[in-house]
Design a protein around this ligand. Structure first.
Ligand SMILES: Cc1cc2nc3c(=O)[nH]c(=O)nc-3n(C[C@H](O)[C@H](O)[C@H](O)COP(=O)(O)OP(=O)(O)OC[C@H]3O[C@@H](n4cnc5c(N)ncnc54)[C@H](O)[C@@H]3O)c2cc1C
Length: 428
């Protein structure tokens, strides 16, 4: 956004309270191992291609963006005799390949069910893309409400079904519980409860299957570094370690920002990515004519366990989901139960096939788990911090991915760390 605005000849200053830009997308380097922190794959590469092209030079000139060749492996608790797990390798960006994988893994008809759901998701994408993504929202709140109400006709409303949850949509199309878990993982990754998340989230698997998942050689943080560099090239003034304490209004209009260390800067327009609630309660004066943000369910957070491993395994794909024994119950434990570290969470294991991330003959893996936010659960408590990594490694082993005797060292990044590093409330 900053680079685009600067290209349009706005005088842009970017204020970042921490020591580096990138927010939740960053990196951790130690002893020759590098871990991408934050998202483990990149989706919708067209957004980045367009951004780089329109702000100076093509994306190929700045990062090595490559499609992830390996399939996404999904492993589910066994339902048959002997309890062996069902493992499905879902190919990247291949409709027919995904159909085949689900038919083979979940039984005849599963691939057809999934295709019907994805067809609906494609229609939802057609509607939401037009109305919400490619049409600028009106600044005036009353006009905006009207714009949203009138977006699309009755047919579009039937397609998007804003009253329907993702879980309800899944149950309508998918008879296999593992296929439903596959769909609901996209809500989980967005921090949402699939019982309450809108059915429109079905666009996420649609986008992943249609446009694929991608990687940047050297780690996804290379993309944020490239974005930073592009901003500087476009003469955006980047001020790190400079938090914004509040936004100043004069006569009901933005006139500047007050900085945390003291000082005031003139501004005609302020654009911010802080959560709406934080903006309203912490940054804007109480008298600001901004609407109160609608109360939405608080999202869950995510925990990362970085593993510096001895050895390399040729057979482990970039992304493996080791699903909970009872995936349908997972959101109940996460959102409605007593906030404790989840005992039966779905694990996402990221094992990028990128030799630059670890010394020769070693691997840098990250395990991501959806967990309660910091605050609901005290993630700084020693008993949680000290015991949960072993719990996760045991769960991996029980689900067929045992690396316990290969761990050189590990580092846990909890929601408390995330909150500290990015100011996201609760690390969510
Ligand atoms: C482990 C993990 C996995 C994820 N996986 C995915 C995924 O697969 N797909 C996906 O789409 N998303 C994923 N996300 C979420 C994604 O990273 C975030 O949605 C994205 O980073 C949000 O970008 P943002 O710029 O809005 O906010 P942030 O990344 O949180 O950045 C906000 C920045 O603003 C700064 N800041 C805050 N307040 C102030 C202030 N007052 N003054 C100055 N600076 C301030 C913060 O320090 C921070 O650098 C994941 C996140 C994590 C942690």
């Amino acid at each position: 956004m900053a680079a685009r605005l600067a290209t349009l000849r706005h005088d842009v200053t970017l204020y970042e309270r921490s020591s580096s830009t990138g927010g939740m997308s960053g990196s951790l380097t130690r002893d020759g191992f590098t871990f991408t922190t934050g998202p483990g794959v990149l989706t919708l590469p067209a957004v980045y291609r367009d951004l780089f092209l329109k702000t100076g030079a093509a994306i190929e000139d700045v990062v090595d963006l490559v499609p992830i060749e390996s399939p996404t492996r999904e492993s589910f608790a066994g339902t048959g005799t002997g309890g062996s797990r069902t493992v499905v390798d879902v190919p990247n960006a291949s409709r027919s390949g995904v159909h085949e994988a689900f038919e083979a893994g979940f039984g005849q008809g599963a691939g057809d069910d999934w295709q019907r759901l994805l067809h609906r998701a494609g229609e939802i994408w057609g509607v939401t893309r037009k109305s919400f993504i490619e049409t600028p929202l009106l600044a005036n709140p009353a006009g905006r409400a009207e714009q949203l109400r009138s977006a699309g006709g009755r047919r579009d409303l039937r397609t998007t079904a804003p009253w329907r949850s993702l879980r309800s949509l899944g149950r309508g199309y998918l008879s296999d519980v593992r296929l439903r878990a596959h769909l609901e993982r996209f809500a989980g990754e967005a921090g949402c409860d699939p019982r309450k998340a809108p059915a429109t989230l079905a666009v996420l698997p649609y986008l992943e299957e249609t446009f694929g998942v991608w990687w940047v050689r050297g780690g996804l943080h290379r993309m944020t570094e490239a974005l930073h560099a592009r901003c500087v090239q476009r003469k955006v003034k980047v001020r790190t370690e400079t938090g914004v304490a509040s936004i100043e209004l004069t006569g009901g209009k933005v006139s500047g920002v007050l900085l945390e260390g003291g000082g005031r800067v003139d501004a005609d327009i302020v654009i911010t990515d802080v959560p709406a609630h934080t903006l309203r309660t912490d940054l804007l004066p109480a008298s600001a004519p901004a609407p109160r943000p609608r109360r939405v369910p608080a999202p869950s957070s995510v925990l990362e366990l970085h593993l510096a491993l001895r050895g390399r395994e040729a057979d482990v794909p970039h992304r493996t989901y080791l699903f909970a024994d009872d995936p349908a119950h997972e959101p109940i434990a996460l959102f409605a139960g007593r906030p404790t570290p989840p005992a039966d969470p779905t694990l996402c294991v990221l094992a990028p096939d990128d030799a630059s991330l670890a010394p020769a003959g070693h691997s840098a893996w990250t395990v991501q788990v959806r967990v309660p936010r910091h605050g609901d659960l005290d993630w700084t408590a020693a008993d949680v911090r000290d015991t949960y990594p072993a719990t996760l490694l045991d769960l991996m082993a029980a689900r067929g991915l045992d690396v316990r005797d290969r761990v050189l060292w590990s580092r846990l990044r909890t929601p408390a760390d995330l909150e500290h590093d990015t100011a996201a409330p609760g690390g969510a």
